[in-house]
Design a protein around this ligand. Structure first.
Ligand SMILES: NC(=O)c1ccc[n+]([C@@H]2O[C@H](COP(=O)([O-])OP(=O)(O)OC[C@H]3O[C@@H](n4cnc5c(N)ncnc54)[C@H](OP(=O)(O)O)[C@@H]3O)[C@@H](O)[C@H]2O)c1
Length: 327
């Protein structure tokens, strides 16, 4: 049984902890590393403003904490080159700080005794592999992209296979994250430094190069952006497509439905309920297409609207990756 460690117990580290617990795999989690006091981590694991209160018992232990009797070691080591995974026999490190994304930094986890590293974002120098789209073959270092590309890429794949795409515009409307500011502050991306809960904030996103690598025929034909909105979690991808062949909204929805039932099961889903963003919270899919909002104008101009929980959906993909990477 592979043994896991998480480096960085922020939003994604803690959500993955919950997903592993929900899937009955938390026993594989041997150690976690973060900077906060242990009592604070235990508190944040138990009480979560988005995903609710965990019913299970989480208690401090001499070396960390336990959940329902399973001990997890808590380390507080800010320097990656001082971590030591070997005595803990860690096989896979989930690198969830968002800080150490270059392969030379991932290599430090291997030097510390781990076998494999799963990032929770893009790598600075390694290609991304997106679940359901290009997730074969895998290597020791996996860079699974972010929540946005995990929503958009499977849908582009479906439409590309079905009849082909001429060009794409994506705008991902998403709640704020810890990489924004609560009140106005200096920031290298100027708009990113504006008060997150106070404004609709246009954002640049970096998914275009990865999409162009996965879909080379679309090189130079993709534009992407994000719009951050004053909610703490949840997202809606607005995907406009110029298609190569004529279709209609019902046919597009049928195509999505078929993929949701077979090839993209667990990754893509479709709903016709009139949901809002809070209804997608704790949904495990990468993309939940809102079928009632699917539009096709003049046969070839299509719009797909897809919901996702940027924390829970993405953490489910991380758990899928862990299963695939495990012995
Ligand atoms: N949030 C999302 O919706 C989402 C979705 C997909 C992917 N991601 C990606 O996942 C990564 C993490 O995002 P997040 O939202 O979970 O961020 P986060 O909440 O800020 O979590 C990062 C955690 O790592 C801790 N940390 C900082 N430096 C550390 C160090 N040297 N050693 C150990 N722990 C350290 C942070 O502590 P401090 O708070 O004290 O700095 C924090 O608890 C980012 O790359 C992000 O792009 C996020």
């Amino acid at each position: 049984m592979s043994r896991y460690a998480i480096n960085g117990m922020g939003r994604i580290g803690r959500t993955l902890f919950r997903v592993l617990h929900e899937r009955g795999q938390v026993k594989r989690l041997i150690a976690v590393n973060d900077l906060m006091p242990k009592e604070n981590l235990i508190y944040l694991l138990k009480y979560d403003s988005i995903h609710g209160t965990l019913a299970n018992t989480i208690q401090p232990t001499a070396n960390g904490f336990s959940i329902d009797g399973h001990d997890i070691i808590y380390i507080q080591q800010p320097e990656i080159n001082k971590l030591n995974w070997q005595p803990l026999q860690i096989d896979i490190v989930i690198e969830a700080t968002g800080l150490f994304t270059h392969s030379t930094e991932m290599q430090q986890h291997v030097a510390a005794g781990a076998q494999k590293v799963l990032l929770t974002t893009y790598s600075k120098d390694l290609p991304s592999t997106i679940w359901g789209v290009n997730h074969q073959p895998i290597s020791s270092f996996v860079s699974p992209g972010d929540c946005t590309i995990n929503c958009v890429a499977p849908l582009l794949q479906i439409m590309e296979k079905a009849g082909g795409i001429e060009s794409v515009h994506v705008n991902v409307i998403q709640g704020y994250t810890t990489r924004q500011q609560l009140i106005d502050a200096p920031y290298k991306g100027l708009r990113r430094g504006r008060a997150a809960a106070h404004s609709i904030i246009p954002f640049e996103v970096n998914i275009r190069p990865v999409l162009e690598t996965i879909f080379p025929a679309l090189s130079g034909k993709i534009e992407t952006m994000s719009t951050r909105v004053p909610i703490p979690c949840g997202a809606l991808a607005d995907i406009s497509l110029i298609l190569k062949t004529k279709t209609n909204a019902d046919s597009v929805n049928e195509l999505i439905q078929q993929n949701a039932e077979f090839e993209m099961k667990n990754t893509v889903a479709i709903t016709f309920d009139p949901i809002v963003s809070s209804d997608v919270l704790s949904n495990p899919h990468s993309a939940l297409v809102d079928g009632a909002l699917t539009k096709v104008t003049n046969g070839t101009h299509a719009k797909l609207m897809a919901w996702f929980d940027n924390e829970w959906g993405y953490s489910n993909r991380l758990a899928d990756w862990l299963t695939k990477m495990s012995r």
